[in-house]
Design a protein around this ligand. Structure first.
Ligand code: ASP
Length: 312
């Protein structure tokens, strides 16, 4: 019962990373997946510039992409599942205390990352799915809306026709973001409509902490995009962070995890994966199994879109 689980409020003050000197000033920074990450980063940097926390920055940053109807792989306007229903997955993680929240298979809400934040802030749970997530969102005052746009509905109808002709199409791309604020506190968020035309109820890596994202302010954070099933098989984002914890540079950490995917699936070129990583000192890493991945990196004075290296 929601009422019984309602309040475990946590403040940013409660959750300082152990190795950051209180009051020390660092350089706020953010890294995101894909070209739409540039717009998300702009919002996140605005929050960080104003002295906001990394947690608020990643939430508000990815919301920009969730609410953008032209992005067909995240939030409103995301491509639906095989039944024509948009089912969203999202997660958020506070690197200071490892608190996290997530929703999966959520339909009818434009900003699933904000529902995930409520799971984190207002419940003792980490992941709420399907109709339970819908009820939870409604109980928290989120407003329902039809997530299908003219464009995504037409794309689904076209896909259905192709299905009849046995042609296969695929469309996806998640926004994953990692940020560090002035206090050296880190956070990550990840949100997606998942693989287009997925089997109803399919859940990818994005709402699974350790897979679609992971963040520990003592070390750094990582987020994933690509075929979620492949990310899950290698505990992708957690493994990137754990390599960094062992002293591996973020770029090498990303490559080592991607190599693990490739080693086990050498003849499956369609099973591609990409990661972004940010270490607590501002060093970044990004790469993908296949060509075409782009990452967005921003700090207080610059914003860049970078073509990431691929391993094959
Ligand atoms: N990782 C997402 C999923 O499998 C999709 C993507 O990022 O392209 O749901």
């Amino acid at each position: 019962m929601l009422g019984a689980t309602s309040v475990i409020a946590k403040s940013a003050e409660d959750s300082k990373p152990k190795n950051v000197v209180p009051g020390s000033i660092g350089e706020p920074m953010v890294i995101s997946t894909w070209d739409f990450g540039v717009r998300a980063n702009t919002k996140a940097i605005e929050v960080l510039k104003a002295g906001g926390t990394a947690l608020d920055a990643v939430q508000q940053g990815v919301m920009v992409v969730e609410s953008d109807p032209t992005v067909t792989s995240v939030g409103y306007g995301g491509l639906p599942n095989a039944a024509g229903v948009v089912q969203l997955d999202a997660s958020i993680m506070n690197g200071n205390d490892l608190e996290c929240g997530a929703v999966a298979g959520l339909s009818g809400f434009e900003n699933p990352v904000s529902v995930a934040r409520k799971v984190m802030d207002d419940t003792p749970h980490v992941l709420i799915v399907g109709s339970g997530a819908r009820q939870f969102a409604l109980s928290k005052g989120f407003k329902e809306r039809d997530l299908l746009t003219e464009r995504s509905r037409a794309a689904w109808q076209e896909w259905r026709l192709k299905q009849e002709k046995k042609e296969r199409t695929e469309d996806h791309d998640t926004i994953g973001m990692v940020a560090i604020d002035r206090r050296g506190q880190m956070a990550a968020a990840c949100t997606t409509s998942g693989l287009a035309w997925k089997i109803p109820g399919r859940v990818g890596d994005s709402p699974l902490v350790g897979h679609g994202l992971y963040c520990d302010s003592d070390v750094g954070g990582a987020a994933a995009t690509g075929i979620g099933e492949e990310v899950i098989k290698v505990c992708g984002s957690y493994q990137v962070v754990e390599y960094m914890r062992q002293g591996v540079h973020p770029q090498e950490a990303v490559k080592k995890v991607l190599q693990r995917v490739l080693d086990r699936q050498p003849n499956q070129p369609e099973r591609w994966v990409g990661f972004v990583a940010l270490r607590k000192d501002g060093e970044v890493g990004y790469a993908s199994t296949n060509a075409g991945f782009q990452v967005a990196v921003a700090d207080l004075t610059s914003s860049r879109l970078i073509a990431a290296a691929s391993l094959r």
